[in-house]
Design a binder for this molecule. Sequence first.
Ligand code: SF4
Ligand code: SF4
Length: 110
Amino acid sequence: MVKALTCLCCGKCCFVDLIAYAQKEDFERWRKEGRQDILNIIEHRHLVGAGDRMISADTGDYSHECPFLYDEGEKFLCSIYETRPLVCREYQPGSSELCPQWKIGHTGGK
Ligand code: SF4
Ligand code: SF4
């Protein structure tokens, strides 16, 4: 069982660009909240699925970090935290190898 861990705000999960996996419910919420700023940024990226990654339909480049991630110096933070997509809310620190806390959550750090 994975222990509940505190997020270190290292930003690694956001460098995977989780927002590329926003769902219909997220888009509906953003429309309802009048968050055209978010919708414009996402639409402008023109991302499409390519196997297990997302690429730009314009350039063919892989997507990099989420456009809503920002560096606060010692931490990486989310500029739309209050309305971040479901995929981000559901991601638990240490729940995958992507997170530096994965080992702690699964082996107690051994
Ligand atoms: S929306 Fe926020 S929490 Fe989700 S990937 Fe982007 S920066 Fe990270
Ligand atoms: S990779 Fe883990 S510790 Fe880093 S920001 Fe994401 S959840 Fe937090």
